[in-house]
Design a protein around this ligand. Structure first.
Ligand code: UDP
Length: 321
């Protein structure tokens, strides 16, 4: 049986990846220290004969008795609020955690995939961003803890690939959304969902002219699996090239949730990238991959999850008051 290990397997992306690997018939070992991941994301997998959960911090030595075929290294705080709150952990998991995960791949002689990020491009001076762009990152700014950790993780992965012959893959993930995002992780989609579903003001940072390109979770996971199964060792962008301003994104969420929320403008966070759009020519060429779910369909598929979570949160706060 194929054995896959997913670090950060109880997070938003990691848990969807675990589901996909289970569907593909793998035995899945999920490692998470649950600082930003949640047991709720994997509760439905507990007890499955091909699923094992280990609560562990991947910055510490990882021991796994099983032979492994694939390691997907997804552990990291990943939303701006999280990595501002957890700056040292973010740097440690990108550096020490990637070192441990690569060391495990070396011992197990298995394939390794690093979850990297569009943040490697920083506040980009090239648009759209292709994999050969080296980026425009402020190393000492508040986002530097995440951006530089991931850039280091990429450098370490390529060093293990070149020096130790590790069979490695690197995915640069652009903004992704879907069920299982945390309600209060501070990212645009969860914030707008919670605000619109409660008919509260929707907080747009800056004047909302900054752009992002949002990819639905199922598209991303399909691309990650295809990349792992490919023979491309150098970074590949995965994301949806459909670029939208944050102001239009807020209006779209208001309209699709049928909310009566107003938009209010708040201060733009420091170093917030002004534009972001993946160039996915390489993913199309090498993986024959492109996103299939458009923004309206993706948001509609995500609303029921947020409705349920907001309902639970509101009934809990009613019970407590
Ligand atoms: N944003 C916003 N209101 C919010 C949360 C985020 O206007 O309540 C903006 C944020 O400043 C950024 C964009 O939405 O320009 C996407 O932010 P997110 O945190 O989702 O991801 P990232 O900045 O990492 O792309």
């Amino acid at each position: 049986m194929i054995h896959s290990l997913v670090t950060g397997g109880a997070g938003f992306l990691g848990s969807h990846l675990c589901d996909h690997l289970i569907e593909k018939g793998h035995f899945v070992i999920c490692i998470d220290n649950l600082i930003t991941g949640s047991p709720d994301n994997i509760a439905h997998l507990i007890g499955h004969e091909r699923f094992k959960f280990i609560r562990h911090d991947v910055t510490e030595f990882v021991y796994v008795p099983e032979d492994l075929d694939y390691i997907f290294h997804f552990a990291s705080p990943a939303s701006p609020i999280d990595y501002l709150k957890l700056p040292i952990q973010t740097l440690k998991v990108g550096s020490l955690g990637t070192h441990k995960a690569l060391g495990l791949a070396k011992v197990k002689k298995c394939r390794f995939l690093l979850a990297s990020t569009s943040e490697c491009y920083g506040d980009p001076l090239q648009h759209p961003q292709s994999e050969d762009y080296w980026g425009n990152v402020n190393p000492i700014g508040p986002r530097g803890v995440y951006d530089e950790a991931k850039r280091f993780a990429e450098a370490l992965t390529m060093a293990y690939h070149r020096h130790h012959g590790i069979d490695s893959r690197i995915v640069r993930i652009f903004n992704t959304y879907g069920p299982r995002m945390r309600l209060h992780d501070g990212r645009a989609l969860p914030a707008f969902m919670v605000q619109t579903l409660n008919d509260e003001d929707v907080t747009v940072f800056g004047d909302g002219s900054q752009t992002r390109s949002f990819c639905y979770i199922d598209d991303l996971i399909r691309g990650i699996y295809a990349l792992m199964m490919s023979d491309e060792p150098e970074p590949v962008n995965l994301g949806n090239p459909n670029e939208i301003s944050i102001l239009d994104f807020a209006k779209t969420v208001i309209s699709l949730t049928g909310s009566s929320s107003d938009i209010v403008f708040k201060e733009l966070p420091e170093d917030d990238p002004k534009i972001r759009q993946p160039d996915i020519a390489k993913a199309k060429r090498v993986l024959n991959w492109e996103p299939l779910v458009d923004l309206t369909d993706g948001i509609e598929q995500t609303i029921p999850y947020f409705k349920e979570m907001v309902r639970k949160e509101n009934s809990l706060s009613n019970d407590l008051s």
